[in-house]
Design a protein around this ligand. Structure first.
Ligand code: CA
Length: 222
C-alpha cells in the first residue's frame, strides 16, 4: 500500500520512510510542494503524510489544490507546535487528521492505519476474508485460526489484496503497491510470490483471473 510522504527535512523524511516500511507500507518521499501536488494528482496512494512548511508551495496550498481536483485520498498534516490556526486552516482545507511536530513514529503509524482503514472496509486493525485474518497492528497472519509465517513482502501483498477485497488487482498495480521504490522486480515476480503464498496459506484464498490479475473475494453474507 503506497503512502505519499511530503517532507523537506531529510532526517524526518528518512525516519518516516523507515517507520512506514517497517509497518508494512510502501512510502514514496517527495520534498517540495510542486512535486507533491503533481504526484498526488497523478498517482494512486492509500494516504498522504503532508508537512505544512515546504519549499515552492506550502502544504496547505498543496492540499487545497488536491481537494479542488477531487484527489480524495486521506491526508495527515504535520503541523508546527503551538500553531492552532494552522491546524484549523488544515482541517478547513480538507485534512483528515494532523500531528504536531515533534511526534512519536508509533503515533503517526497508528493514526495512518486508522485513516487507511476508514477509506476501506475495516473498522479494526484486523482484516478478514475466506478464513484469512491479517492483523495490521501486530503484522500477523492466520488461516482458520492457525498462524502463518509470512515475509514482509508477502505481508504487503496480502494487506493490499485484503484492503481491496472483492476487486481484481492487476500484476502491475500489485507490484507498484508492494515493492519499495528502489526495488526492481522481475517480470514474473508477482506470479512466483503468489505461488509461494498459496502454498503457505493452504487454501484457495487468492484467486486468479487469467489475463486480469488476482483477487481475494469478499465472504458471502451468512
Ligand atoms: Ca518543513
Amino acid at each position: 500500500m503506497r503512502i505519499l510522504v511530503v517532507e523537506d527535512e531529510v532526517l524526518i523524511a528518512e525516519s518516516i520512510k523507515t517507520a512506514l516500511q517497517d509497518a508494512g507500507f510502501v512510502p514514496e518521499v517527495v520534498s517540495d510542494g510542486n512535486t507533491a501536488w503533481f504526484q498526488g494528482g497523478t498517482e494512486d496512494y492509500a494516504a498522504a503524510v503532508l508537512d505544512i512548511g515546504l519549499p515552492q508551495l506550502d502544504g496547505l496550498s498543496v492540499l487545497r489544490h488536491w481537494r479542488q481536483e477531487k484527489v480524495n485520498m486521506p491526508v495527515m498534516l504535520l503541523t508546527a507546535k503551538g500553531s492552532w490556526s494552522e491546524r484549523v486552516d488544515g482541517i478547513d482545507a480538507g485534512a483528515d487528521d494532523y500531528l504536531v511536530k515533534p511526534f512519536h513514529m508509533e503515533e503517526l503509524i497508528a493514526r495512518l492505519r486508522a485513516l487507511v482503514r476508514r477509506s476501506g472496509f475495516e473498522r479494526t486493525p484486523q482484516m478478514e476474508a475466506k478464513g484469512l485474518i491479517l492483523d495490521t497492528r501486530k503484522m500477523k497472519v492466520s488461516v482458520d485460526g492457525a498462524p502463518v509465517k509470512v515475509t514482509p513482502l508477502e505481508f504487503r501483498l496480502l494487506n493490499y489484496l485484503l484492503h481491496n477485497r472483492g476487486r481484481v488487482i492487476s500484476q502491475e498495480e500489485l507490484a507498484t503497491n508492494i515493492y519499495f521504490q528502489d526495488q526492481e522486480p522481475d517480470s514474473n515476480a508477482i506470479e512466483v510470490l503468489v505461488g509461494r503464498l498459496r502454498r503457505k496459506l493452504k487454501a484457495k484464498i487468492i484467486e486468479t483471473r487469467r489475463g486480469f490479475g488476482y483477487l481475494i473475494d469478499v465472504d458471502e453474507p451468512v
